[in-house]
Design a protein around this ligand. Structure first.
Ligand code: SAH
Ligand code: SF4
Ligand code: F3S
Length: 474
């Protein structure tokens, strides 16, 4: 039996399987199925792709068995992410053999990284389309239908898809991702993203605010502004002679309504300014949560990683956040076993985690990516067993820090945006605090529905979840 149901793919972060679905009035038109891997940006891109295909008359389907076109939106961040995609492709290829005329297309970062080589490696793939070329999908599909192999992996300096309204057919109707920029100029030495996503460019502020306002009018209660490095957002509106920075963009979005929560991801420690922190302090609805990836706690390794900050600089940034935004949640990304990392360097990563008191972290062992600065310059010399053993240690430490962070919340009261029923119990609601912590609390005796705000006191906790009771005033 082939397992072709959409799955959760959290290879990079924040990901969930995504298969847009529309009730179809015309069962005879062609249907596409799309599955996404990797970071939130890829999931947001799939919504753009769905929009482009819908406009051309294709219908979305959640059922891969009835698809005429299967798309897989791929991630290259670590080797394992690529392996997962290859495995899934093998399943799709089996399906293709059984169904004449069905096309398989590879989108996203792996398409960009491997380009036409993909078609040599994976003979049953018909289309290879990079992240900046989605507007050409309808033409490429035509080419592929005519029996040609279709490839477009051109990167762009200005594509932001600003005018395309993403199709959000599979969302919970409460939170949505909004892309505010694309690409990355940072060149962290371990990272493939600058090669797969191209140069950084910011989307115009007006289209961002309009999209967020539109979401609010449709009943959404939370938007997450997305970019690889949101703090370097920068857009000049020549007509209005206005320069919009990330801090001023945050304000504009926060002003849409005090009822609309605003989140953002990801912040690069070198770029998050006091202006951003002050904007967060000024508006209650800008969530008090910053994802601030440290990667390593050792200054020498940070330099090899080309992160452009030192251990001390990062610690000062954490102090500044705690000073301007007391009670702000902070999370991190950490890599173990980067080139030349010693046991002492690793211990410094552990101690910076303790210092920063992360509420949560995404942790990985280093995976060399072809073509990156690190692959060209440094030897991947930490044995895999050591990388993994260090990873086990930081995962255990993060577990302890998360429990401690949750313990500090005991007795505190939070505004919780209810996202739905708790997965574990029908009699509980599940939502998040401004600090991005998951809180569950009993439904009993209250008339809430998903999308409502509840005032909840924390009475208990596990490592991953706060347990509360409703104390909202009727
Ligand atoms: N732009 C974001 C990160 C995107 S990638 C930022 O700068 O924070 C998400 C995370 O994957 C990175 O923060 C890093 O911790 C991890 N990562 C990236 N390349 C990696 C590699 N080659 N091996 C292991 N982890 C990697
Ligand atoms: Fe990669 Fe660094 Fe850019 Fe993040 S900031 S996407 S880690 S190059
Ligand atoms: Fe992966 Fe590309 Fe995102 S490599 S993490 S999908 S930008």
């Amino acid at each position: 039996m082939l397992d072709l149901s959409p799955k959760i793919h959290d290879e990079a972060r924040q990901g969930e399987a995504y298969a847009p679905f529309a009730k179809d009035e015309n069962p005879y038109r062609k249907h596409f199925y799309i599955e996404s891997y990797g970071c939130a940006m890829n999931f947001a891109d799939s919504e753009i792709v769905a929009s482009i295909l819908n406009d051309k008359g294709f219908g979305a389907t959640r059922n891969v068995e009835e698809a005429d076109l299967i798309f897989i939106n791929t991630c290259s961040i670590r080797e394992k992410a690529e392996q997962t995609v290859r495995k899934r492709l093998t399943e799709f290829k089996k399906l293709k053999r059984a169904r004449r005329g069905m096309l398989v297309g590879v989108l996203g970062c792996m398409a960009e990284r491997l380009k036409a080589k993909f078609l040599e490696e994976e003979k049953l793939v018909d289309l290879v389309v990079g992240p900046d070329a989605y507007r050409t999908l309808p033409n490429l599909i035509e080419e592929a239908e005519g029996g040609q192999k279709a490839v477009n992996v051109l990167l762009s300096r200005d594509e932001t898809y600003a005018d395309i309204a993403p199709v959000r057919l599979n969302s919970n109707g409460i939170s949505a991702f909004v892309s505010i920029m694309r690409g990355c100029n940072n060149m962290c030495s371990f990272c493939v993203v600058p090669f797969t996503r191209g140069r950084e460019r910011s989307r115009d502020a007006e289209s961002i605010v309009a999209e967020c306002a539109g979401l609010y009018n449709e009943g959404y209660k939370e938007v997450t502004l997305l970019g690889q490095n949101v703090d370097s957002y920068y857009h000049i509106n020549e007509e209005k002679d206005e320069t919009v920075t990330f801090a001023s963009l945050l304000e504009k979005v926060a002003l849409i309504s005090p009822d609309l929560r605003v989140r953002f991801s990801t912040s690069h420690p070198k770029d998050i300014t006091d202006d951003v922190l002050h904007a967060m302090a000024k508006y209650e609805n800008i969530c008090k949560y910053i994802h601030l990836p440290v990667q390593s706690g050792n200054s020498r390794i940070l330099q090899l990683m080309n992160r452009t900050y030192t251990r001390e600089w990062y610690m000062a940034k954490v102090d500044r956040i705690r000073e301007i935004l007391p009670g702000c949640g902070i999370s991190s990304d950490i890599i173990t076993g980067f080139c030349t990392e010693t046991e002492e360097d690793h211990q410094e990563t552990m101690s910076i985690m303790e210092y920063s008191r992360y509420d949560m972290s995404y942790m990985f062992f280093y995976s060399e990516r072809p073509g990156t600065l690190a692959a060209r310059r440094y030897q991947d010399d930490v044995p895999e067993a050591v990388k993994k053993q260090r990873l086990v240690q930081i995962v255990a430490l993060q577990g302890k820090l998360s429990r401690e962070s949750n313990e500090r919340d005991l007795g505190k009261i939070f505004q919780v945006l209810i996202e739905g029923e708790s997965k574990k119990s029908e009699s509980d609601w599940m939502g998040r605090s401004s600090q991005n912590k998951v809180i569950v609390f009993p439904k009993a005796g209250n008339a809430f529905k998903p999308g409502d705000y509840a005032t909840v006191e924390v009475v208990d906790f596990t490592q991953a979840t706060l347990i509360g009771r409703n104390v909202s005033q009727p």
